[in-house]
Design a protein. Structure first.
Length: 241
């Protein structure tokens, strides 16, 4: 009989090489039979793409399971195509994109994005023309992708926080630089099964929007990999470890 839940391992913000030691320790302590792995960006620090493969090798010790990743702000736009070319055979990159798969009889849809900021950083404002418009248009794009999913389980993965509810613990004056609340309406309207994000190193581990659990899986926050089990019903969180 097909099982009625899927198991997910998730993490982000490894910032290799700085976080490699913590990642090794976190990986060695996992005792969880995962179906998929979600990587919510900033696996490397400041565009140091030479460490991306080392991160994946460490994670490979958890078994041959699909890896789904989004880009963080430290996976610079200038290296994204290089990362796709070098690692596209072993990892699925979702860059404002969607995928569907079937896991033990459960149809799973995942939409992935870097996300948006309510207030772009000063560097972004100076170096990326129209960045505020890009962030606003991205919200619409992600909303459309999610609305098109017709799967048992629907998951949103973003690097930037898609809500401020997981940012408590960060300086409130920085929240607009860490995420965008424009995604909250999408999450509630579509009754998503799960939302995963990173970027916030000092926020909350978990919050709820409507009936949807939202996990901030940043490795500096958890000091371990995040293990989540969700049921086939929308927003059907069973447990977390």
């Amino acid at each position: 009989m097909d099982k009625l839940s899927i198991n997910i391992i998730a993490t982000s913000d490894i910032h290799a090489p700085a976080g490699l030691s913590l990642l090794r320790k976190a990986t060695s302590s996992v005792n969880f039979d995962a179906d998929i792995m979600i990587l919510a960006g900033d696996l490397i620090d400041r565009g140091k793409k030479e460490y991306y493969g080392e991160v994946l090798r460490i994670l490979d010790s958890l078994g041959d399971i699909p890896k789904i990743a989004v880009f963080g702000n430290d996976e610079f736009d200038s290296i994204k195509e290089d990362l796709k070319k070098e690692f596209g055979g072993e990892i699925i990159f979702l860059d404002d994109g969607a995928l569907t798969m079937v896991i033990s009889g459960i149809s799973v849809g995942i939409v992935g994005t870097k996300g948006s900021l309510e207030r772009p950083t000063s560097w972004q404002r100076s170096n990326i023309p129209g960045i505020s418009r890009i962030y606003e248009e991205r919200i619409s794009t992600i909303g459309k992708l999610i609305s098109e999913l017709k799967t048992d389980v629907r998951i949103l993965v973003s690097h930037y926080a898609p809500t401020f509810r997981t940012l408590a613990g960060e300086d409130p004056s920085t929240w607009k630089f860490l995420g965008h609340r424009g995604y909250e309406e999408i999450i509630v309207k579509n009754k998503l099964s799960l939302v995963v994000h990173g970027h916030s190193h000092r926020g909350l581990r978990k919050a709820v929007i409507g009936s949807t659990p939202v996990y901030n899986v940043a490795l500096p926050l958890w000091k371990e990999l995040v293990c989540i089990s969700i049921s086939a019903s929308p927003a059907g969180l069973n447990s977390f470890f």
